[in-house]
Design a protein around this ligand. Structure first.
Ligand SMILES: [Zn+2]
Length: 507
């Protein structure tokens, strides 16, 4: 007899849960907003009644809570708070996570660490000031996972700064002041650990339609057509079957109409604003977007619902203006770099507007860095190509979508780099997809329901989805999962299953 698996719930509560919800929607694992305790895993808000939480754990539940301070019953005591800029998780190969935050200091063992004396050398072989980020505490029949800071909340903040963004380059860029991609990696790890402790498999929708390990997107920010460079970028990408998106800025391209008309119709046109900047007010942002929109329509016959902000800047009034104007997606490195798409929350409401993070490295910026530092290695074509190959490998390994970008005035001069990067994508068997089509896929995935049913007698799991045109991801040990045609498989480690069974067959 199959019954619905009550795997995970999160207690309702405004901004407090928005970060966790973003991760649950990213992973598309089943969850409910509920106060009930009949779930294997529960994410608790700080305000939860301690006794309720501890009873739930004692009875076999797996609880997750962030920055709870002291928990007397578990003999967990904090020895003060610290403000740190970086967290490290060597256990899961997620290191140097830029995450300025207040942490509770616990003198115990755990997963991940911060150091309250950042960037000091170790002297007399004394490692001092190291404290854990995640603590796994057994209690009764269950476990409580304590995170020593409000990690999930960091996903919701905006704010950008000049910083390095990859260990493969010294080039810096003004990007999100928080490394949200790595924080997401850690939160996914916490969820997977909770499933393992609960003895249930981690089952969600795969990130891509089939079993692809990643997909490749290419974007060009056209801040001036730069002679024939725009046309050349259009031609080279088309030769490799890469459907690029050319985000055109009106003010910087106003005299380049002919050059822009040379962009092949194989590609897509997007909006990159009129004035090459972002404004504080909703009205000014709306006007700036609409001015570009009308100009694109009148001069290139292009109607678009794709946007990227000038200078990568992001603020809430910009997001609200895009939402009002019905834009489908945006991609702003001042808000989020790398990682998976998501819908930002503004004023407590999750927007329809999708944010698809880009990798921020660009040749124009590398050139500025080279001129300032005298380090010209960063702009040698072989090195730029090598850098991009490493980013592609890293993202494929993490199963993240790849979005690279460049400008006609930067990458537009690097034919060799473009050819070599696109060849490498092909060699690696990575498919390319336009940003618009990838956004459509992600929105369809977001709308797809997934339900996991369990037959407790045989420990067999049956997965159902509201749309058959998706793939399932499973991770666990030795659990049986039902595939279409009632075929059973055993999970060992992790697997991607190319389709699932329609909802209600098992209920
Ligand atoms: Zn620009």
């Amino acid at each position: 007899m199959y019954e619905k698996l009550k795997s995970l719930s999160i207690q309702p509560g405004g901004r407090e849960i928005a970060g966790w919800e973003q991760i649950l929607l990213q992973e598309k694992i089943p969850y409910e907003l509920s106060d009930n305790t009949n779930f294997n895993i529960k994410i608790f808000p700080k305000e939860v009644k301690r006794n309720d939480m501890l009873d739930y754990v004692a009875n076999g539940g797996i609880g997750i809570i962030e920055k709870p301070g002291d928990i007397e019953e578990l003999n967990l005591w904090k020895s003060g708070e610290a403000f740190v800029s970086t967290l490290h998780f060597p256990e899961i190969n997620v290191n140097h996570v830029v995450s300025p935050t207040i942490v509770d200091i616990y003198n115990t063992k755990g997963i991940g660490y911060f150091n309250v004396h950042e960037q000091r050398l170790i002297k007399y072989e004394m490692e001092i000031g190291y404290h854990p980020v995640i603590i796994k505490i057994p209690h009764g029949k269950g476990f409580l996972l304590v995170v020593s800071c409000e990690l999930s909340k960091l996903l919701g903040f905006y704010g950008d700064t000049l910083r390095s963004y990859s260990s493969y380059t010294k080039v810096t860029e003004r990007v999100s002041a928080i490394d949200k991609r790595s924080i997401s990696n850690v939160l996914v790890y916490v969820l997977k650990l909770a499933h393992q402790l609960a003895g249930i498999p981690y089952i969600g929708l795969w990130y891509y339609p089939e079993k692809e390990k990643t997909l490749f997107m290419f974007r060009v920010d056209v801040d001036g057509a730069e002679g024939y460079n725009t046309e050349k970028m259009s031609d080279i990408s088309k030769n490799y079957g890469v459907e690029a998106t050319f985000y055109v800025n009106k003010d910087l391209c106003i005299n380049d109409i002919n050059a822009l008309q040379a962009i092949d119709s194989f590609h897509t046109i997007g909006n990159h604003g009129d004035i090459h900047n972002v404004f504080d007010s909703f009205q000014d942002n709306e006007t700036n977007i609409l001015s570009c929109q009308e100009w694109l329509l009148n001069n290139l016959g292009a109607e678009t619902n794709l946007y990227v902000s000038p200078r990568g800047l992001w603020n809430e009034s910009l997001a609200l203006a895009l939402e009002k104007l019905d834009f489908k997606c945006s991609s702003d490195f001042g808000y989020h770099i790398d990682g998976f798409p998501y819908h930002p929350v503004v004023n407590g409401k999750r927007l329809n507007l999708l944010q698809i993070p880009v990798h921020p490295h660009n040749v124009g910026r590398a050139q500025v860095y080279a001129n300032e530092s005298g380090n010209f290695e960063e702009v040698e074509p072989e090195n730029i190509t090598e850098y991009y190959k490493r980013i592609i490998d890293e993202k494929a390994e993490k199963n993240e979508p790849i979005m690279l970008f460049g400008h006609p005035h930067g990458l537009g001069y690097q034919d060799e780099v473009l050819n070599n990067v696109f060849s490498y994508i092909k060699e690696q068997g990575i498919q390319s997809i336009s940003i618009s089509k990838f956004a459509d896929w992600w929105l369809k995935r977001s709308k797809t329901d997934i339900q996991v049913n369990i037959d407790k007698n045989t420990n067999t799991y049956a997965i159902e989805t509201s749309d058959k045109d998706v793939s399932i991801y499973c991770q666990g040990e030795g659990d049986k999962v039902i595939l279409p045609n009632n075929k059973e498989i055993c999970i060992h480690g992790s697997q991607i299953i190319a389709s699932a069974t329609p909802i209600s067959q098992f209920v």
